[in-house]
Design a protein around this ligand. Structure first.
Ligand code: DQA
Length: 138
């Protein structure tokens, strides 16, 4: 099983960024935990703050990997381009958010990813990524 986690803008600052919302752990540390928990999963990781780079990566892996776990962060709420990229590929995408976006500001309730995603996991902190991996294993 070949999966990739793709993280969007500002998620490179996890551990430092608004810890009351996103926690104290860096994503690199959490990724080590995930890889230890799922030794049979070939787990790639990509992060970018740039919308076009996220689209390029979705296109690049979208015909080869078994699944994409995508936290498009703020682009979730704005990016028609990322939604179109997901529509264009064959690999299923699970949308992930660390926070419960529906319990936050109104503008975070809109997602261009959800209508084209296989499913959505949100609000469980970093464990949302763990649950998304599990969704590909059932
Ligand atoms: C986020 C939620 C988004 O609204 C926000 O812009 C992020 C992170 C989350 O994981 O909770 O950057 O995707």
């Amino acid at each position: 099983m070949k999966l990739i986690i793709i993280n969007g803008p500002n998620l490179n600052l996890l551990g430092k960024r608004e810890p009351e919302v996103y926690g104290n752990e860096t994503f690199e540390d959490y990724l080590t935990t995930l890889k230890g928990k799922f030794p049979d999963v070939d787990l790639d990781y990509f992060q970018s703050n740039i919308e076009g780079e996220l689209i390029d990566k979705i296109q690049e892996v979208g015909f080869s990997h078994d699944g994409i776990i995508l936290n498009a962060a703020a682009y979730t709420h704005t990016s028609v381009g990322i939604g179109d990229a997901i529509k264009a590929i064959e690999t299923p995408v699970v949308e992930v958010h660390i926070s419960n976006t529906f319990a936050r500001e109104e503008f975070r309730h809109q997602s261009y990813i959800s209508p084209v995603a296989k499913g959505v996991v949100l609000g469980f902190g970093l464990q949302s990524y763990d649950l998304a991996i599990q969704s590909f294993l059932i």
